[in-house]
Ligand binder design. Structure first.
Ligand SMILES: Nc1ncnc2c1ncn2[C@@H]1O[C@H](COP(=O)(O)OP(=O)(O)OP(=O)(O)O)[C@@H](O)[C@H]1O
Ligand SMILES: [Mg+2]
Length: 456
């Protein structure tokens, strides 16, 4: 019977773990969670010794699985696979688990964690050495023999002095993991190849004035499209002066748009290193590290960057600087869609009308235009009809004002994954469906419910 169980929504992570653990790993894809925790539990065979949950499982799903697994297999070792995010501490506080592992941790770190936990289970009589041994006629796939040997012998050789055996071990392992997961990832990500005949779409999110919600829309659109085309979505922070996408997503980029738009990025491999991966299945080109560095990027170089990204990604989403500066104009010339975002204030609406008129004169209106009325509010004194009269065009999607937007951004989690029932979240999902009307999500949606201590 397989000692290791993985429940995950990430196909990439599944194949990575299979390569590490070979035939001793059972994988249950997170899609079964759409039918509830029981649907997953029905597929758990025998007595798994260590369960890895994630990546891309939400809090409620993880809690449900942890509860069921512990009830049925009280001796099981439980690992949550999740990136270090602002809310991770809550997870650790509220869930009884043995360790947290970053999905971006190196193979060595991952194996080391599993080895230590296996050893601890053996030392504590919760598992038998034999449980972790290789099955006799098992096909190990691409598993590294060295790593597997280290894992097995590590479990066997571990002595009581290596691991502090008492009820505080949970904390001990967490501390270990903290230090292990701090190491910077060296993950090489595979981009799914664009299917032949599939046209890449580039979508600019623009607004004549600042603070209308461009970044919020861009982040959540990328997140929603990544459910349809996992790892084939890139979100470019082309707000060259004050871009804040990586901060809003809790990412720490090693490289930025300065390298991505630099001459060296003509080489696909160099361009790849300028991307930062997000656990929800998309890539980010981070904003320039300073306004000066951003200003130094030529508008033409930005246009070239979008073209290059379109050869690799199904969807290229571009967040922009407010207004119609030369960079944004160059972008509008090179995209298939533009999303115009405005709130309900009359000056913003008038500015939007002026922007449309200017773009029409310059013959720069992209092929597909989507108008988002953001932060709608019944108290604004304006109806949608009034708004349409002012801007001279129909509104396509209305996104209500919602406190969940700020909560999600403070948590560093995309709204549509942070609070699926929120009306703003639902409205943004309708925008995703507008952009990709025929698409079927390849990943089940991620539903994270509000916690009891949060207000509705
Ligand atoms: N529907 C909404 N309900 C409530 N708050 C919202 C909504 N949309 C955006 N916000 C808030 O408005 C502020 C501005 O949003 P955001 O950063 O997305 O706008 P922006 O157009 O990118 O701004 P900037 O021009 O500064 O880049 C943020 O604090 C965000 O949380
Ligand atoms: Mg912004």
């Amino acid at each position: 019977m397989n000692p290791f169980l993985l429940v995950s929504r990430s196909a990439e992570y599944e194949s990575r773990l299979r390569a590490l653990l070979g035939g001793r790993l059972t994988v249950i894809t997170g899609e079964f969670l759409t039918f509830g925790v029981d649907a997953v539990m029905e597929r758990v065979e025998g007595t798994p010794r260590i369960a890895l949950l994630g990546p891309v499982l939400n809090f409620e799903e993880t809690r449900g699985l942890l509860k069921e697994l512990t009830e049925r297999h009280p001796d099981i070792g439980l690992v949550v696979v999740r990136e270090q995010r602002s809310d991770l501490e809550d997870w650790v506080d509220e869930l009884s688990l043995h360790a947290v592992l970053s999905p971006l941790a190196t193979d060595e770190t991952t194996i080391e964690l599993i080895r230590r936990l296996s050893a601890w289970l053996v030392v504590n009589g919760r598992a038998d050495e034999q449980d972790f041994a290789m099955p006799i006629e098992e096909e190990t796939g691409e598993a590294s023999d060295d790593l597997l040997a280290a894992l097995v012998s590590g479990a066997a050789a571990q002595t009581i002095s290596d691991v502090d055996v008492d009820e505080d071990l949970v904390l001990e392992l967490e501390r270990d993991l903290d230090s292990l997961t701090q190491t910077e990832p060296e993950q090489e990500w595979e981009f799914p190849p664009l299917e032949s005949g599939v046209r890449s779409e580039a979508i600019a999110v623009v607004a004549p004035k600042g603070g209308q919600g461009k970044t919020t829309i861009a982040i959540n659109l990328a997140t929603g499209l990544a459910e349809i085309a996992p790892n084939s979505v890139v979100l470019v922070d082309a707000d060259l002066q004050f871009g804040d996408i990586t901060a809003a997503l809790g990412l720490t980029p090693e490289r930025t748009i300065v390298e991505a738009a630099g001459a060296a990025a003509a080489d696909e491999l160099v361009l790849k290193t300028a991307l930062t991966h997000h656990a929800d299945g998309f890539f980010v080109v981070a904003s320039a590290p300073s306004p000066e560095a951003g200003d130094a990027i030529a508008a033409a170089a930005l246009a070239v960057l979008i073209g290059r990204l379109r050869t690799t990604f199904r969807y290229v989403i571009v967040d922009t600087t407010p207004g119609l500066g030369e960079h944004t104009l160059a972008l509008l010339e090179n995209v298939t869609d533009a999303i115009f975002v405005t709130n309900m204030s009359v000056p913003s609406l008038r500015a939007m009308r002026t922007e449309f008129e200017l773009l029409r004169r310059l013959a720069l209106t992209p092929a597909n235009r989507h108008i988002i009325l953001n932060q709608t509010d019944r108290q604004s004194g304006l109806t949608t009809r009034d708004v349409e009269n002012i801007i001279g065009a129909p509104v396509d999607v209305e996104v209500p004002r919602s406190s969940a937007v700020l909560l999600a951004s403070n948590r560093g989690v995309p709204l549509i994954h942070d609070d699926v029932r929120d009306p703003a979240s639902k409205a943004i999902r309708s925008l995703v469906m507008r952009i990709a009307p025929d698409a079927q999500p390849k990943r089940a949606r991620i539903h994270r419910r509000r916690r009891s201590n949060e207000s509705e």
